[in-house]
Write a protein that binds this ligand. Structure first.
Ligand code: ADP
Length: 476
């Protein structure tokens, strides 16, 4: 069988630019796909943030017409491990990774999506590489299937939803910029005000297949009563459109990159370790971490993640107030919503055993994963979640809400603890339970070893993606 040619595109990709789990996936899935014989390439915008750190080779340029004006897009290239990465540069639209204004951001990614479609042609002309499939990720790249339809470029598309909360809802002007008529869209006005559109919704309807990042989240978001699901009518419609099996959202659990997340090779941590010597390894890393943060030697719980409502920091803060009599440490690393940041700081001021680092720091994250005993993940919902997988790899047991990908990756009582989502009282109980487990040294050792041994590599999931790609173009 001829190699499948897949162009994977999205907002971010590690190691070049990463702010969350999507960045991890865009960096690690293509690598795993190439290893199993998929001819994968990745394309993301060439943000200033990337240019400040890396200098790539320019391979060419092309033009697109956007908002009636001709814009030039330059193509930069870098081979990262085994994956060809392309960076699309345009000063007006693709320089900023975080355009503040919502309308600007929608325009920016409409532009990027148009550029990707032209880039597909460019790859065909300049590299004789004709994509069989474009793999879009989240709303940022969800207009690609619609644009491909418009320009009559017949390429199959898969849209992976990494978080249904972010849908790209905003002004219809985006369609004028792309010279797309209302009639060419299918659902833009449904579920949103008449003057607005839902970019992710368009993607769901126009893509050949839709997937998400865990089997449980796939089930959760297919429910019409799902919390923030203005697009559930679209999901249901796909099934009613007679698309049958192909209309269903498939859930494929993310993996993590074991070249980056490996305590035996991690250059950021004080003492490298593996499952054979974790007790001494983790103790040294813990001593180092606690010393650097001015904390005493006690059972240590951590939190790492974006400070967004989804992540349930309010639940953690409530639980901390309820457990102030326990002799523990809590280390919090994260940044985001200023209101959540303030509430975390208030609690950290109140209790000397709570340390909050309101920053984005890869280095500190590695140290925290290696040096903590438990990681608390009180998410209200979690499409997949990577932090539990990373923490488990580092022998840090997760205490997590019983939802989405957390449920799919943690075996309650065997390699971590699950508690009822949204309930701080349940979290408090789980924390006490964790402390008891830690005192029961035989059980604790067994659980840590089970967590470290659990296979979260991409091996299995990359094969599922390959199979899905094959099905999409009838190549199996
Ligand atoms: P999400 O995609 O919702 O942000 P995930 O659990 O899927 O959540 O992935 C989060 C990723 O971002 C992990 O690699 C985690 O280590 C990283 N991360 C999140 N916040 C920070 C931070 N403040 N500093 C360093 N890394 C962080």
């Amino acid at each position: 069988m001829k190699d499948l040619k897949v162009l994977i595109t999205g907002y971010e990709a590690a190691p070049f630019y990463k702010r969350g789990g999507l960045g991890d996936v865009m960096g690690s899935l293509p690598k795993a796909l190439v290893e199993i014989g998929v001819d994968a390439k990745v394309a993301i915008p060439y943000y200033n943030d990337i240019k400040n750190k890396y200098h790539f080779e320019k391979q060419g340029e092309f033009e697109v017409i956007f908002g009636g004006r001709t814009e030039r897009v330059s193509v930069f290239f870098e081979k990262s491990v085994n994956v060809p990465f392309y960076f699309l540069e345009n000063k007006s639209y693709l320089s900023l990774s975080k355009a503040k204004d919502k309308t600007k951001r929608m325009g920016q990614f409409a532009f990027f999506d148009l550029a990707i479609v032209e880039f597909i042609r460019w790859l065909g002309t300049h590299h004789k590489w004709h994509a069989d499939i474009v793999h879009c990720n989240d709303w940022h790249t969800a207009l690609i299937p619609l644009i491909l339809d418009k320009v009559k470029l017949k390429t199959s598309t898969i849209l992976t939803i990494h978080n249904l909360l972010y849908q790209g809802i905003g002004s219809l002007k985006v369609l004028d910029l792309l010279d797309i008529k209302d009639q060419e869209t299918k659902v833009l006005k449904r579920g949103v005000p008449a003057s607005e559109m839902n970019v992710l919704g368009e993607g769901i309807i126009h893509a050949t297949r839709v997937s998400t990042v865990s089997p449980s989240y796939a089930k959760e978001i297919a429910k019409i009563e799902h919390d923030h699901n203005p697009i559930s009518p679209f999901l249901i419609e796909r099934e009613h459109e007679g698309l049958g099996r192909h209309g269903k959202i498939i859930g494929i659990l993310n993996g993590i990159d074991y070249d980056i997340w490996n305590p035996a090779k991690d250059e950021s941590i004080f003492h490298k370790f593996d499952v054979s010597n974790w007790e001494v390894g983790k103790k040294d890393n813990k001593d180092d971490l606690l010393k650097s943060l001015g904390l005493e030697d006690r059972p240590t719980f951590c939190f790492v993640g974006r400070m967004a409502a989804q992540k349930g920091l309010d639940i953690l803060m409530k639980a901390i107030n309820r457990i102030s009599h326990l002799d523990i440490n809590v280390i919090i690393l994260g940044s985001g919503d200023p209101r959540i940041e303030r509430s975390v700081l208030t609690v950290a001021k109140k209790f000397s055993w709570v340390k909050a680092e309101l920053a984005y720091s890869e280095d500190l994250a590695h140290k925290i994963y290696a040096g903590s005993d438990f990681i608390i993940i009180p998410s209200r919902y979690e499409p997949c979640g990577l932090i539990q997988m990373i923490a488990m790899r580092y022998g840090t047991l997760p205490i997590a809400s019983n939802t989405g990908g957390l449920k799919d990756s943690i075996a309650n009582g065997k390699n971590g603890l699950l508690f009822e989502k949204g309930k701080s009282i349940r979290l408090k109980k789980a924390i006490r339970h964790a402390l008891n487990i830690q005192k029961d040294i035989i059980r604790y050792r067994k659980m840590v070893a089970a967590a470290m041994r659990k296979d979260f590599s991409w091996d299995k999931s990359a094969v599922l993606y390959k199979k899905l790609y094959g099905e999409m173009i009838g190549k199996i």
